[in-house]
Design a protein around this ligand. Sequence first.
Ligand code: FES
Ligand SMILES: [Fe+2]
Length: 423
Amino acid sequence: MLTREQNELLTRVGPGTRMGDMLREYWMPAIRSAALERDGAPQCVRLVGENFVAFRATDGRVGFIDEACPHRSASMALGRNEHGGLRCIFHGWKISPDGKVVDTPCEPADRRVAFAAAQRVRAFPVHEVGGIVWVYLGKQATPPRFPEFEFTKLPASHVDVRRGLVHYNWVQGLEAHIDSSHVGILHSGFIAKGQIDTQSRDLNLTMVNIAPEFEMDMTSYGLREGALRDVGGGKTYARIRQIVLPFFTFIPGTKEDVCSGRATVPVDDEWDAEWYIVYDPNKPLTEKRLGALYAGASQDPNDFAANLGNHGNLWHQDREAMKNGHWSGLTRNIPFEDFIIQSSMGSNVDRSKEQLGAADAILVRTRRLLLDGLDEYQRTGIVPWRSDDIDFNAIRALAVTFPSGQDWRQFSPDILAHKAAAE
Ligand code: FES
Ligand SMILES: [Fe+2]
């Protein structure tokens, strides 16, 4: 449970809020690379309560600027993207991808160049990897080190990135990703039917024992969590999650299955961008492997949650399917079950009304970390969870079954990486 004040502190992200100021210091996923065509339509991007426009210029570079034209605030989303810049259709001011006004055609010809050069544009550094345009919205003149997660270093054919826009606050998104104890309940309709391909075999183990024991380690990037289930026969099944604060969670598949990352990035206080990143370090992904994950979802990878539904239609819950044995009646896919449950809480849930139990320990811990991180940032100016020694590439989730009594930590790849580095 949080006080109302703590809840506000965690969830408010607009300009000038404490959380908003801190979140702007991280590289954020902003838009899928594929959504921006050279000289194509500029795209609106709303992030942490502000409106931006992204465009890809003739040479392939991406510009990321305020949506409001620096002249008189007409929307640059209406602009003409041509010949190396985005031109406002109102009076023709043209902005280059590096954020300079390069033309102001309504000004007298003799002073036009000097006038244009004197204008300021709010433009932001971008970095394009992993099929994502990332942006840095913070205050530092030099952007921070980019977190080179494993998926950002793989060939494009090994990575599938989709974004879903959902109507709830970003902390609800984060909490859905880290809450392991719901997996064997909420998702049991899929797991029981084995609809999720190879994952189901392992995930069945979450139903053998739906009250796992949690062990958590604080790490320099956030948290590493082992959800441990005694599955009989002297064996323990561990689902090891990696929580890279503030946005990322890496969730295990199985030995032969793909890795999966999620990012929950605030659009504003009441909307969240859910980034689903599926990747295979060793081989290209196939449609078949992705098909079940997104069954029934919108086929628009820029918003695969577009057809989620709403409270008015109870998100298309299928009571008939429930009669026939599906647990939740939210029959389309597993991500939608998560999105719908979070949406059902309202767009910014009041955490002062909760009644938490032992199975919610990771939520309590993560909220504490976020609040402590905020305090530390305010006191020292040091951005938490981004120390120079973090090997982001080694952070990977894992599901593993092993003889009970062994320590699950020995299977965690980032521990091995850090050990190797220390030797
Ligand atoms: S408002 Fe954009 S050029 Fe005038
Ligand atoms: Fe879930």
